[in-house]
Design a protein around this ligand. Structure first.
Ligand SMILES: Nc1ncnc2c1ncn2[C@@H]1O[C@H](COP(=O)(O)OP(=O)(O)OP(=O)(O)O)[C@@H](O)[C@H]1O
Ligand SMILES: Nc1nc2c(c(=O)[nH]1)N[C@H]1C(S)=C(S)[C@@H](COP(=O)(O)O)O[C@H]1N2
Length: 206
């Protein structure tokens, strides 16, 4: 496993987010990994809160995906973990299977919404078996989301579909992530509204 070296230091108030790129060819060096940079670029533009990114590049191996997710949940205590790649029907695509094995509860709406969004870009969107799970522990919980491996799919699924004037016409999945993290007892995530409007229910005025 390639652990990307960190130059900065984590602060106690940082929100820990795990980024996992699952790709045989990027891992072997046949092409440079674009998954982690695309995830990092989108998250740093969309989130206003202080974040700390734990980055992992791994091959399409079931055991590696499972072990990496367990580490990010239990050792790094990430509130949110995003994977990219390995969600398709090919024999070595095992990311969703390992994610389901690690999770304690499935969140089917995220996968459903991502496939809806991706259909606006590619007719093969339905080939992605992407899932989302919550991983509950006595003291904390993590939300794990699988994204497709195509680097362009990262922004598309997180941010949603925009019309020619830039207005969102199909909401991206990230709009529901901050409230989901609230509900599982995680830190409050503030977003940059120009990129992603986090939806939270209005406080009851009565
Ligand atoms: N991590 C990545 N970095 C750069 N490009 C990627 C990455 N993952 C996928 N791609 C690109 O998206 C295309 C489709 O992704 P897909 O997951 O089907 O790749 P793949 O054929 O399974 O190979 P691999 O798992 O080795 O990346 C790839 O052919 C590649 O061009
Ligand atoms: N937004 C988006 N979603 C997408 C794609 C894409 O290019 N863009 N590719 C599809 C294809 S061709 C496949 S096989 C599946 C699984 O891709 P993965 O194995 O790279 O995760 O994602 C699908 N979802």
């Amino acid at each position: 496993m390639t652990k990307v070296r960190k130059l900065m230091k984590k602060n106690p108030e940082d929100i820990s987010i795990g980024l996992v790129s699952v790709s045989d060819r990027a891992y072997e060096g046949s092409y440079p990994d674009l998954g982690i940079p695309a995830l990092e670029a989108w998250l740093t533009s969309a989130i206003k809160s202080r974040i700390w990114l734990e980055k992992r590049l791994i091959p399409d191996e079931y055991e590696q995906v499972e072990k990496t997710l367990h580490e990010l949940v239990d050792e790094d205590r990430c509130s949110l973990i995003l994977t990219t790649g390995g969600t398709g029907p090919a024999r070595r695509d095992r990311t969703p299977d390992a994610t389901l094995a690690v999770g304690t509860r499935e969140m089917p709406g995220f996968g459903e919404q991502m496939r809806q969004i991706s259909l606006h870009f590619v007719p093969t969107a339905i080939l992605s078996r992407q899932v989302a799970v919550i991983c509950e522990r006595p003291e904390h919980a993590s939300l794990i989301l699988n994204l497709p491996g195509q680097p362009a799919a990262i922004r598309q699924t997180l941010e949603g579909v925009r019309d020619k004037d830039g207005n969102i016409i199909v909401p991206g999945i990230f709009t529901a992530v901050p409230y989901c993290i609230d509900l599982i007892g995680g830190p409050y995530i503030e977003t940059n509204e120009a990129v992603c409007q986090a939806w939270r229910p209005k406080k009851d005025a009565s």
